[in-house]
Design a protein around this ligand. Structure first.
Ligand SMILES: [Zn+2]
Ligand SMILES: [Zn+2]
Ligand SMILES: [Zn+2]
Length: 262
């Protein structure tokens, strides 16, 4: 199994339009962040977790030749806006399975992508054909057992996913006990951490490190980062003994294009 961080940024992306802060002006390519998304390659299949507004560029950059299914964490636009571009991968009669919580699938169908499910709509240029699959706790996919990781993103319940010794939880500000129990003994944990300062709907870097220190994954990658986080400087602070970000874990910031081999 191979993981690729297709995007490591928050909804605005980095650089932010009109911003001239050090991260937005940085020449380090790791400070260039598109909307958060993960590609899982397993058993010859390409599985996407989320499909945000930067999906088209991500797919071109990685020469993505197929998408076999999508797992949805929630329906914020930075996680679903690329679904329209999936039409090149879906053929009429061969819809792409999209897995998610019943509430999020219902919201997606009713409010965001109503036209995809309207049989009366003119289908000239083609539309993405989706097969919505509501999931609860666990399901099998590409020879892997997936488990949902319900968590809180402010007041919104979202899903993370656990599979093959890895877990991905991108937009999160509180993790309930039942989900925390599932995060022990991981090989890889990809966890959302927006910035240094507190935020009502996302973990800070400190909060994410605190959770990771409890469950102790062998490798930790922080994702869904905003422009307050300068890559090189923050990475170095993970190593600084006695510093606020030192945990003793193998901790990194994710960046666009990062490949994680397992
Ligand atoms: Zn997000
Ligand atoms: Zn900036
Ligand atoms: Zn969100």
């Amino acid at each position: 199994m191979k993981l690729t961080i297709l995007g490591s940024g928050t909804s605005h992306g980095v650089p932010v339009i009109g911003c001239s802060c050090p991260t937005c002006l940085s020449e380090d390519p790791r400070d260039n962040r598109s909307n958060a998304s993960l590609l899982i390659e397993s058993g010859g299949q390409n599985i996407l977790i989320d499909c945000g507004r930067d999906f088209r560029q991500q797919a071109l950059r990685h020469q993505l030749g197929r998408v076999d299914c999508i797992l949805l964490t929630h329906t914020h636009f930075d996680h679903v806006a690329g679904i329209d571009d999936l039409r090149v991968f879906s053929r009429r009669g061969h819809p792409i399975p999209l897995f998610g919580s019943p509430a999020h699938l219902n919201y997606l169908k009713t409010y965001i992508y109503h036209y995809l499910f309207d049989p009366t709509i003119q289908r000239g240029g083609g539309v993405t054909e989706l097969d919505l699959v509501a999931v609860d706790e666990r399901f099998l996919l590409a020879g892997l057992l997936f488990e949902t990781l319900p968590a809180w993103h402010g007041e919104l319940e979202v899903f993370g996913y656990k599979f093959g010794g890895c877990a991905y939880l991108s937009d999160v500000s509180r993790v309930p006990k039942a989900t925390l129990q599932k995060l022990y003994n991981l090989e890889v944990l990809v966890l959302g951490a927006l910035r240094h300062a507190p935020h009502p709907t996302h973990f800070t870097i400190s909060q994410a490190l605190e959770l990771a220190s409890e469950v102790k994954p062998r490798r930790l990658y922080l994702t869904h980062l905003c422009h307050d986080v300068l890559h090189e400087q923050t990475e170095q602070s993970f190593e600084k003994k006695g510093g606020p970000y030192h945990t003793g874990l193998e901790a990194h910031l994710a960046y666009d294009g990062l490949r994680i081999e397992l």
